[in-house]
Design a protein around this ligand. Structure first.
Ligand code: CU
Length: 491
């Protein structure tokens, strides 16, 4: 076994219960829950990307997709990819209504794309598999941001290359602000009381290089890592003010589902789903995020003494448990912020507005395990079909509202979760196996976890733009192996 593992104890001491309800999947080795020597490195906070425009109505950026290297594990050098750097990318910040322009330069020696995950975007600038940027090539999207405040992200989406490129480091946050944010009394000073947390697990060879998809099981279950990184750092420490702190959390892993909470089991408040603010804060002690999902939370450190250390626990579907990072309470906050009573109002789409119900069946196995990797149709399908860029699977009429009923039938041999992502729209969850969504999922969503045996109904309005978009499983190894389809919005 070439994989790097650590043998140690202390997992039980964390007092974090296992996700037994998930059933048995597989284990990717022994995880090292927390550091031996404390949380030493300061959490890197991705810089906000410089806006090259001077006008307030414009936001112009430059992104360079490049290779690099980084010491992710102590003493080892990992070959990586990054945007404008070695690993991950800068945070893009725009305002609703701004004219967004970006010059993307692909300095990889292979094709890539830049997909704006969660963004309501003209199809030609979506950055899906149809907008390939060849190695050495460039791409120049330009469109207006027509969307409320949200924490979105950007990542590659080239067919068959997405998983490997994200794994090597290609991901960044895309934050939209608007008048609602302006009015709310919540932490909003980036890097001071408003922090992005990009959570990702990784697996390595002994020489420090990434051990990405090695075999069929990696594709079936997704590549699950045994080291956990926050913003590209192993076991970092973040100094936070002694007051209210906002965390914008992205599950940036390829295929992991995380349950996220604090070592002391403290309560926190979720204020946003994938697509922006919820109507009211949701009181929680742990949060589930599947690959690609985001949440914003408020954590109050006002009651903690200066110097107090509180760690973040991340429990991974498939068994690993991580003490991911630590918060150290520093000086008193300069602002006094309470958890708001309400945040925004959401235009809830009504079932009777829907003109069509479409059914989508996500299947992990069509007929025998041996067929999984064979070219003849594949065995990761949506409605029995493997992705073809030459086929339009669904046509949606511009300006209409539809219900999409997505099911993950419980197969005889494979019980795998899937995470459905739609491009262009923010949808709302109507129900999960007939039951109303939990408070954590009540809001604008672009990615939704579908557990084995579940049927989830979502509702969305397809407006403003015609063209071809993707829907797919956001477990990237599933997506790369064909669990994807195309919908065309037609006038
Ligand atoms: Cu899947």
């Amino acid at each position: 076994m070439k994989r790097r593992t650590f043998v140690k104890g202390g997992l039980a001491a964390l007092g974090f219960t296992a996700l037994s309800s998930y059933g048995v999947l597989h284990s990717s080795g022994i995880s090292y829950a927390g550091p031996r020597n404390g949380f030493v490195d300061p959490l890197p906070v991705p810089p906000v990307l410089e806006n090259l425009s001077t006008g307030v109505d414009e936001a112009t950026f430059a992104l360079q997709v490049q290779r690099g290297s980084l010491e992710l594990l102590p003493g080892l050098v990992t070959p990586t990819m990054g945007y404008n750097g070695n690993f991950l990318g800068p945070t893009i910040k725009v305002r609703n209504g701004q004219q967004f322009k970006v010059n993307v330069q692909n300095d990889l020696n292979e094709p890539t794309t830049v997909h704006w995950h969660g963004l309501h975007v003209p199809a030609e600038w979506d950055g899906g598999p149809r907008q390939l940027i060849e190695g050495g090539g460039s791409w120049h999207p330009e469109f207006t941001i027509k969307q409320q405040a949200a924490t979105l992200w950007y990542h590659p989406h080239a067919m068959g290359l997405t998983g490997a490129q994200v794994y090597q480091g290609l991901a960044g946050l895309f934050i939209i602000e608007d008048e609602v944010t302006d009015k709310l009394n919540i932490p909003k000073t980036y890097g001071v009381d408003d922090f992005p947390l990009v959570i990702q697990d990784r697996r390595f060879f002994q020489d420090g290089s990434f051990a990405y998809a090695q075999n069929m099981m990696d594709i079936v279950h997704g590549v699950v890592g045994n080291h956990l990184f926050v913003n590209g750092s192993l076991w970092p420490n973040l100094e936070v003010p002694q007051g209210m702190v906002r965390l914008r959390i992205l599950n940036g892993s390829n295929s992991s589902i995380y349950r996220i909470g604090f070592r002391d089991d403290r309560t926190f408040y979720q204020i946003a789903t994938d697509g922006g603010f919820q109507e009211k804060p949701v009181k929680l002690t742990s949060l589930f995020l599947s690959a690609g999902e985001r949440a914003e939370i408020l954590v109050d450190f006002a009651g903690d003494s200066q110097g107090a250390k509180i760690s973040l626990l991340v429990d991974q579907y498939a068994g690993n448990r991580f003490e991911a990072m630590q918060f150290t309470v520093a000086t008193a906050s300069s602002t006094s912020i309470a958890v708001p009573e309400s945040l925004t109002t959401i235009d809830w789409l009504q079932e009777n507005e829907s003109v069509k119900t479409r059914k989508f069946v996500m299947e992990s196995m069509g007929g025998g395990r041996m067929g999984m990797m064979s070219g003849g149709g594949g065995r990761l399908t949506i409605n029995g079909k493997n992705m073809s860029i030459y086929r339009i699977d669904e046509q949606v009429k511009l300006g209409t509202t539809e219900i999409w009923e997505i099911s993950n039938p419980s197969g005889m041999m494979m019980r795998l979760p899937h995470s459905m992502h739609l491009h262009d729209v923010q949808f709302q969850i109507l129900d999960r196996n007939g039951r109303a969504p939990s408070p954590e999922e009540r809001g604008r969503k672009d990615t939704v976890l579908i557990q084995p045996g579940e049927t989830v109904r979502i509702i969305a309005k397809f407006e403003d733009y015609t063209g071809i978009y993707m829907y797919h499983c956001h477990l990237l190894e599933h997506e790369d192996n064909g669990m994807m389809g195309q919908f065309e919005v037609v006038s």
